[in-house]
Ligand binder design. Structure first.
Ligand code: ADP
Ligand code: MG
Length: 347
């Protein structure tokens, strides 16, 4: 069988089913943002790892090494945030091609260190190898959480409201701007005069995402969230994961999805702002659910989040348009083995 017959998530499922399990010591293993492992009756070790491969996840023509180091750390910190945990330790394993200079490696670590230091996380180990061609980066982050406060993807219940922190879609639009050669050229071609600062803001959100560790922690400590995931693949895909793990469906409202003023103001992009939000990915915002009666408390604790819809008993995802039409929302996002970025479609 070809791996592309299964796709990325089918393959992960298969690996998970074949792996030995220990539900007592590893109550949350494969399938959530991070594994939650029992250290003592009350405390848990959180563990997550993410790989970035040149030519697949990044291109050295569109990122500087500082940003790459920052992002490699941020995507892992975001997975710890999505469990409501505190990141503590970091390990980095690199496959380095001969084309990279020592100064570039220094810059990579400057970016990584700045990102983890902001979260009081320390680099404690890793591995260093030569790579034949591409720069390969694996970052692992270990964190901690109080057992009863860990937030998984599986706790959403019908009636819960669906929230998202920050704004969605900026990162994917930023990537498009980076790829479209030079922003100035693009502007001249399309006849648009986009503000440099708006374009810079979108690009920054792609290159240096800010993991929402404080928000995740606040939600965990207050016990307000019933389920949580970080938005790494796009809203339609990650909401899909949360619904699947919780055994529920969802209804979201198109006009409630938070979009930045930069995303809505920049002209000449290939897609509509909403499309970037639904299937762009790499936002690293937190998507969470919470019982409807806790809405006031969430607002009073100043978790900067927007209600975008509600969890339903009926499975599947639906999106209500501005006009009030209800459409089926089909998960989009990137699948490594299908080698395509599917648009989250609305049917
Ligand atoms: P995220 O986007 O939150 O990093 P992924 O989609 O990469 O999550 O992975 C989903 C789940 O599958 C996670 O729990 C991850 O640890 C697990 N996983 C992914 N690949 C493997 C693998 N090769 N072996 C074991 N677990 C894996
Ligand atoms: Mg995640």
């Amino acid at each position: 069988m070809k791996i592309s017959d299964l796709g990325e998530f089918g393959l992960i499922d298969r690996i998970g089913k074949a792996a030995p399990r220990n539900a007592k010591r590893a109550p949350i293993g494969i399938g959530d943002d991070a594994a939650a492992l029992l250290l003592s009756p009350a405390s848990m070790l959180l563990a997550t790892t993410d790989m970035l491969i040149e030519g697949v996840h990044f291109d050295l023509t569109t990122t500087d090494l500082y940003s790459l180091g920052w992002k490699a750390a941020a995507v892992n910190l975001s997975d710890i945030a999505a469990m409501g945990g505190v990141p503590r330790f970091c390990l980095t394993a690199l496959g380095i091609p001969s084309s990279l200079t020592v100064e570039q490696v220094d810059m990579f670590y400057r970016g990584l260190s700045d990102c983890i230091t902001k979260q009081r996380t320390v680099l404690v180990g890793g591995d260093t190898c030569a790579s034949r061609k591409d720069f390969v980066i694996t970052v692992t982050v270990l964190g901690e959480a109080v057992r009863k406060w860990v937030i998984t993807r599986a706790g959403a219940r019908p009636g819960d409201l669906i929230y998202v922190t920050g704004t969605l879609g900026d990162s994917a639009a930023g990537l498009e701007l980076l790829r479209s050669a030079e922003c100035g050229v693009r502007n001249r071609k399309s006849g648009n005069r986009n503000s440099k600062s708006a374009m810079r803001a979108l690009i920054d959100r792609h290159l240096r995402p800010v993991p929402r560790v404080a928000e995740g922690r606040k939600l965990a400590l207050s016990g307000l969230a019933s389920a949580m995931i970080d938005v790494s693949d796009g809203l339609s895909s990650d909401l899909g994961h949360l619904c699947e793990q919780s055994g529920v469906g969802a209804e979201i409202f198109a006009d409630r999805i938070p979009l930045s003023k930069e995303l809505t103001s920049v002209k000449g992009l290939n897609q509509q702002p909403l499309e970037y939000a639904l299937s762009g990915g790499e936002d690293y915002e937190l998507l969470f659910t919470s019982p409807v009666e806790l809405e006031r408390e969430i607002m009073s604790r100043r978790v900067r989040a927007t209600v975008i819809g509600a969890i339903t008993r009926k499975k599947g995802m639906r999106m209500v348009t501005e006009k009030g039409d209800v459409h089926q929302l089909v998960p989009g996002g990137y699948d490594h083995f299908l080698r395509l970025r599917r648009r989250g479609s609305v049917r």
